[in-house]
Design a protein. Structure first.
Length: 130
């Protein structure tokens, strides 16, 4: 049996966490964290294949978490997708500059999330020869 890819959802809004779990748990090993500090702790425990990371959170925000993760080579192969209600250009540019691989705007369509996750894994696997 092939191990399921691990996805870490770092999101402070419980309803959005639940939606992500419902969308993704059919195919992936999904873990959730309610804030940036918890997300970093859990990321270090499980070394996720993908992280869906909210920007606006208590304690450490998504920008800080993304920067910390990208400064650690243990997460070089982890895909980071920033999920944000902030739709301004500066936010999108900042997220990409600090190491996010993609951005998803809130509100989102669940089918778009599932498709985006599958696409990002397919691209990563192709690049890594997996």
């Amino acid at each position: 049996m092939i191990d399921k890819k691990k996805i870490l959802i770092v999101e402070d809004e419980e309803l959005i966490r639940k939606v992500f779990v419902e969308i993704l748990e059919y195919k992936y090993d999904v873990h959730v964290a309610g804030n940036g500090d918890e997300g970093l702790r859990l990321a270090n425990e499980i070394i996720p294949d993908m992280i869906l990371l909210d920007i606006m959170m208590p304690q450490k925000d998504g920008f800080e978490v993304c920067t910390i993760l990208r400064d650690n080579n243990k997460f070089d192969k982890s895909i980071i997708i920033v999920v944000t209600g902030l739709s301004d250009r500066d936010t999108r540019i900042k997220a990409l500059k600090i190491g996010a691989d993609d951005i998803i705007a809130k509100p989102f369509n669940p089918i778009d999330i599932r498709t985006k996750v599958q696409l990002m894994f397919r691209l990563r696997d192709r690049l890594l020869g997996a």
